[in-house]
Design a protein around this ligand. Structure first.
Ligand code: M6R
Length: 612
């Protein structure tokens, strides 16, 4: 992630910068640094490894750094380990250009080689040092203005960046440039502010400029000039920040979807804990008697969209652990189809909102047929929660992004609890086995956190692939279930066509769509099925597919076949998709961001579908 701040005014800059960085610390905290210039004197650069507090200590809360113009950075390491050496700001060999950066320079290796050939040396492992030295190179080569030099560099750089630069020969100015990484600028009382996000400057100004992709800014004291990639001056209208509840609840995340992806460990833990009594999974509180559970001959799971995908996964878990036949039905089909419904059946309706029209109608149909009904619902007091005979509330909290993430994960864990509990009640799994499963489930929140720590790699991959026209997802068993969700996430927010296929089914027609460079994402968490899926990967690869593998740590052979592999922690295969879904959500998110789309409010969609 990383957070950047900048200040050019009349007050001491260091205090303003450190205060801004405090508001952005959620974006990264493995090291931080500031560079401050006092008129024409050389800049003072101070960096510290670890939390921002270390930098504050080192600078006596900014008091030891003098100057009214400066930039700052809080880092979440991508290129190079967390260390003072890799911390920003970075500077050119002679201190001519100093800068901070949030984003990823994809072609930094190629650029570094060019600079090495031109006599530059490198002291850090970061892509940022390369970008700054590239600007320095063009500044000296063409002897133009900073804007000219930055323009030349931006044409060569591939990737994402929010860059702030200071030039020795322009001591009272900061230069900024942006592509695909957030950055705002603000002005008040003859002073200027720059930040990755609004909270960092809100106490100074509510008048902000949203700089566009491939645009630059020259930031003086209280005046900002914007430029396009040709170096021509452009106008950007200021916007007044009028914090509404919705924006305030983003807690600093750029989108609700990303915030909610990060809330999944809590959503999963809270939902699980609601189902645990005295150290055991115990759902007696739902009101289904043990006798009713033992007599069940059939379960129907009925839902729409992502909730339906939870049903597809739950089919595997419930059949395997509780030994009850399960049919998964789309609510819009179930409600109109004649189905000879089995007696002693339980109909489980899964719905985040509890208001989805088709799901509600399906529930009513089941009740008309005198079948027992159980709602897995997130919104308390919603129609499905009120009308179902029994309710298992997921504890995901309010979900605002249209693309569901934390509600899906909470539904999944609820279904896992039902499978384990029904399995124990029916004597299909022992209490010891139930305890083992509970252990595995309890580890999931921490494991999800671990996956989230590595999201920059997926951001990088997504930025390279986001121009794809068609993406195919393949997997077997429960991996197939999670590919359905991965594919829906991708299409609903990034508008890239994608399809999920049971890996063995692809060759029955769809494989004809695979051509040179088609992205195929293969999920391999089901140990017993990995070899089979690898064979299917080889089949598509030999027809030109570009392969991404998503598997558990240890399955390193996948790298022999896949062009890009991403790993999740190991767990019991019944629960692995609770982990596998996270990289797929992130991938969809980063695809949408790279394509400049409204992640939280995709076109044509609504959060709650209350019409059929
Ligand atoms: O509120 P529900 O869970 O009943 O909603 C069902 C679907 O509309 C929902 O999952 C939809 O598919 C999401 N937009 C997927 O991200």
């Amino acid at each position: 992630m990383c957070g950047i701040v900048g200040f050019n005014g009349h007050h001491e800059a260091a205090a303003v910068l450190l205060d801004g960085l405090t508001k952005l610390e959620y974006r990264g905290y493995d090291s931080a640094g500031i560079a401050v210039r006092d008129g024409s004197k050389d800049a003072t650069i101070v960096k510290a490894k670890g939390r921002l507090d270390h930098l504050k200590e080192k600078t006596d809360n900014g008091r030891s750094v003098i100057g009214t113009c400066g930039i700052g950075h809080t880092r979440w390491a991508t290129h190079g380990e967390p260390s003072e050496n890799n911390a920003h700001p970075h500077c050119s060999d002679d201190g001519n250009v100093i800068g901070v950066h949030n984003g990823i320079i994809e072609n930094y290796q190629e650029l570094k080689e060019k600079l090495l050939r031109n006599g530059y040396t490198f002291y850090s492992e970061t892509d940022t040092e390369v970008a700054i030295k590239l600007v320095d190179y063009y500044y000296k080569k063409y002897l133009g203005t900073p804007v000219d030099a930055i323009n030349h560099a931006l044409v060569r750089i591939r990737g994402s960046y929010a860059l702030e630069l200071m030039f020795k020969e322009y001591p009272d100015e900061i230069y900024a440039a942006r592509k695909d990484s957030p950055m705002i600028l603000g002005v008040a009382d003859g002073e200027s502010f720059i930040a990755s996000d609004v909270p960092a400057i809100l106490k100074h100004t509510r008048t902000v400029y949203y700089i566009g992709n491939l645009q630059m800014a020259r930031v003086g004291k209280g005046e900002i000039t914007f430029y396009n990639l040709d170096g021509d001056e452009i106008e950007i209208e200021p916007k007044t920040i009028d914090w509404d509840a919705e924006a305030a609840e983003k807690s600093g995340y750029e989108h609700f979807m990303m915030k909610e992806i990060h809330e999944q460990p809590k959503a999963v833990a809270d939902t699980l804990h609601s189902a645990v009594k005295d150290g055991k999974i115990d759902l007696a509180g739902l009101g289904l008697t043990e006798e009713e559970i033992r007599e069940l001959q059939q379960i129907y799971i009925v839902a729409c969209g992502s909730a339906y995908h939870v049903g597809v996964a739950a089919q595997y878990t419930i059949e395997d652990l509780a030994d009850i036949p399960v049919r998964v039905e789309l609510a819009s089909e179930f409600r109109y189809r004649h189905i000879p419904l089995a007696q002693n059946a339980l109909v489980i309706i899964i719905s985040q909102s509890g208001e989805t029209a088709d799901s509600l109608a399906a529930l009513r149909k089941a009740k008309e047929k005198n079948l027992k009904t159980l709602g897995i619902v997130n919104v308390i007091g919603s129609s499905i929660a009120r009308e179902a005979d029994h309710v298992f509330y997921t504890m995901a909290g309010p979900e605002i992004a249209v693309a569901t993430t934390k509600a899906y994960s909470a539904q999944l864990i609820a279904a896992d609890c039902i499978a384990v509990y029904f399995g124990m009640v029916r004597g299909r799994i022992t209490e010891e086995k139930g305890a083992e499963y509970l252990d595995a489930l309890e580890s999931l929140p921490k494991q999800i956190e671990k996956i989230l720590e590595d999201k920059e790699r997926l951001q990088w991959f997504a930025s390279k692939q986001s121009n794809a026209h068609d993406v195919f997802f393949i997997g077997r068993g429960m991996d197939y279930a999670v590919t359905l969700e991965g594919s829906l996430k991708l299409k609903e927010i990034s508008y890239v066509h994608s399809e999920a296929y049971a890996a063995g089914e692809l060759k029955h027609g769809t494989i004809s769509l695979i051509e040179d460079g088609t992205l195929v994402i293969s999920v391999l968490t089901q140990k017993a099925l990995i070899e089979k899926t690898v064979s299917n990967m080889v089949e598509v690869k030999s027809r030109g597919a570009y392969l991404m593998g998503l598997t558990t740590y240890g399955n390193y052979d996948i790298e022999d076949v896949a062009d890009f592999t991403t790993y999740i922690p190991d767990t019991d295969p019944h629960f692995a998709i609770s982990l596998a879904v996270v990289p797929l959500q992130l991938l969809a998110y980063y695809f949408a961001v790279s394509r400049g789309l409204d992640v939280d409010k995709p076109r044509n969609l609504a959060k709650s579908v209350t019409v059929e």
